[in-house]
Structures are given as C-alpha cells and as structure tokens.
Design a protein around this ligand. Structure first.
Ligand code: UVW
Length: 329
C-alpha cells in the first residue's frame, strides 16, 4: 500500500477517541442535540424508502462471496386442505396447527428468507474490513470467530440505536449533468466540495452522507446475468475522501453502488476506502441504497437535507445487516 494511503490511515484513525471499548466509531458524532435538530427536518411528512427490493434479482447473485436472497414459503394458500399434515407451531399439543385448520377458520401465510447479510441494501459493520490483523479500535482479527464477531459487530450498533440523524444527499450524477456517473469513475474530495457548494448545503457533525452516482438504476440495463459487470464497472468514492469524511465529522456514508467505492482494485489496492473507513475511522458504509426518488425530490425542492433513520438488525456477532432506510423530508 502506498505511503500516502498509510499516512492518511494514521491521520483518520479514531482508535481510543471514544474510549478503548468503543464499538460505534463515528456514530459517536451523533448526539442527543444533533438528533433532536435532525428530527425537525421532517417538515412535509414525505417519506422515501431507500431500500432496493430484497429478492432473487439482487445484483449480489454472482458476487464472489454471496448469492441473492432466497425466499421460501413455509405455508401458503395452497395448504388450505392440509390440516392433518401441519404440525406443532409453538406450545404443546394444544398448539397443533393441523387441528386449528380442521376446526377453526384461522389460516396463515408464513415464510423464510435465506440470505447473505450483505446481499441487499445494507450496512457494513466496523468488523467487515480490516488489515494488519487488527480491526477498528485495535481489536485483534481473532475476535472474529465461527460463532460470529465478538467485537465491532453490527449488534453493538443495533443496541446503541444510534443510526438516525441528519441525512444529506450529495447528488454527484446530477451535478455532472448525467443520469449516472460514468463507469469506473473515481470521485475525489474536491468534487464533494463542489457538490456541497452547488447544492447550497453544509455538512455538519453527525451527518449521514448519501452519495448518489445514479448507478443503481443502471443495474436494470446490465440485467441479472451481468451483475458482476455492473458491480465491477460501478463508479464510487476514492480513498482520499476518507480525509474529507473525517474532517467533516461525518457519522456514516452510504451510496447507490455495490461498495461505496469502486469495487475493483485501484492503484493496486483492494477496497482501500473500506479499510480506512471501517477499520481506521470506525465509519460504517451503506451499500446498494436506492437514491433515485429521494434524488428527484431534492432536485425539485432544492433541499438536500432530511431526517434519516436506518437501524440495522440486531444480528448477534453479525458483520453487517440488511436495512430499510427511511428518509423523511
Ligand atoms: C466486499 O464485497 C468484500 O465488501 P462490500 O460488500 O462491503 O463491498
């Protein structure tokens, strides 16, 4: 890794800043005050879900580590006449669902989902990326075990209930005057400054910054069979933006591409921003967020700030979590 990258890693490293046991990282920038002020940004009562559909069409279908979510019905409308074959559903014999179907009008639909935690709209937990055998806040990589991660997991974040606050959209694609930022483009800090100035919005301590590249709708053009190409071609934040995010006391950052940063190695480093953000800064990354409707609304009313709530699931020892982020303007 280059000397410049190593120097930036040292500059943005937040280890010990919020205590040696801290597992929240830059979410500590969100305080009672920033949160209360953020809640006042819900002015019109207009809501936007920023989640992509959680189904088998996920662009993670052919990811090296993951597959698309598998959704299975456990009981459905076709089971109407299967009363005798339906077993216990909680409790003792009196809890048998079969007799319930035989003797009462009650019916139920029930299902399962089998998925990689990061195969749809998601947060990366701080443990998700590391190097030199250490994770965020000097935690040894050995704390990630087959039982789950013991530190820096998504459960610590879920329990703190702190992923809510002022969201700010930086619409890079609109600023460039394109539907989607060109394939492979690397967004540098200077461009973030330009977009902030052009949009007339300021970045404040505790903000959750959303980066719109316009790349999510491009997935429909690539199609399911070309998911890997869609992932590889995606534009994203360059690693130097870690300094920008650090200097602005940003709490978390999310984008409408697969990795926030370009997914393929740049300058000979694999996911360099992941290492700086998650491991050094303690800054969570949100991926595969759908920013289209929110982007259109912000372009119309020229208001790029909103209340954002995006709590992860409390997955014990999880390295990330699906999320249905809601922006409220
Ligand atoms: C990897 O693909 C390793 O990470 P992410 O999903 O965070 O981009």
């Amino acid at each position: 890794m280059s000397d410049d990258w190593r120097r930036l890693a040292e500059r943005v490293r937040n280890w010990g800043r919020w205590g040696d046991d801290d597992q929240l990282g830059t979410l500590n920038h969100i305080t009672g005050d920033t949160l209360a002020r953020a809640a006042t940004l819900a002015r019109r009562g207009k809501t936007f879900s920023l989640a992509i559909p959680l189904n088998g069409d996920s662009p993670m279908g052919a990811h090296g580590l993951r597959r698309a979510p598998v959704h299975l019905m456990a009981i459905d409308g076709g089971d109407e006449n299967l009363g005798q074959r339906l077993g216990n559903w909680g409790g003792g014999r009196e809890g048998e669902i079969g007799p319930v179907y035989e003797t009462t009008p009650f019916r139920v639909n029930d299902d399962w989902i089998i998925m990689a935690l990061q195969s749809s709209t998601q947060w990366d937990a701080l443990c998700h990326a590391y190097y030199d055998n250490l994770m965020y806040n000097n935690v040894p990589a050995s704390m990630s075990t087959s039982f789950g991660v013991m530190r820096d997991g998504i459960d610590a974040v879920a329990e703190a209930a702190q992923v809510a606050g002022r969201g700010v959209l930086l619409d890079i694609a609109r600023h460039r005057g394109v539907d989607a930022v060109e394939a492979g483009a690397v967004i540098q800090p200077e461009e973030l400054d330009d977009v902030v100035a052009a949009q007339g919005v300021e970045i404040r301590q505790g903000d959750i910054v959303l980066i719109r590249t316009g790349w999510w709708p491009k997935y429909a053009e690539y199609g399911l069979d070309h998911g890997p190409a869609w992932q590889a071609d995606g534009p994203g934040l360059g690693w130097r933006t870690a300094g920008w995010l650090f200097d602005h006391d940003v709490a978390a950052v999310a984008a409408d591409n697969v990795a926030v940063e370009p997914a393929v190695p740049r300058e000979g480093i694999v996911l360099p921003l992941h290492m700086l953000a998650l491991r050094d800064m303690g800054l969570m990354l949100g991926e595969l967020w759908d920013l289209e409707a929110l982007g259109a609304d912000c372009a119309e009313d020229k208001i790029y700030e909103f209340f954002l709530t995006a709590p992860p699931l409390n997955v014990t020892g999880g390295t990330g979590s699906p999320v249905n982020p809601i922006a409220i303007k």
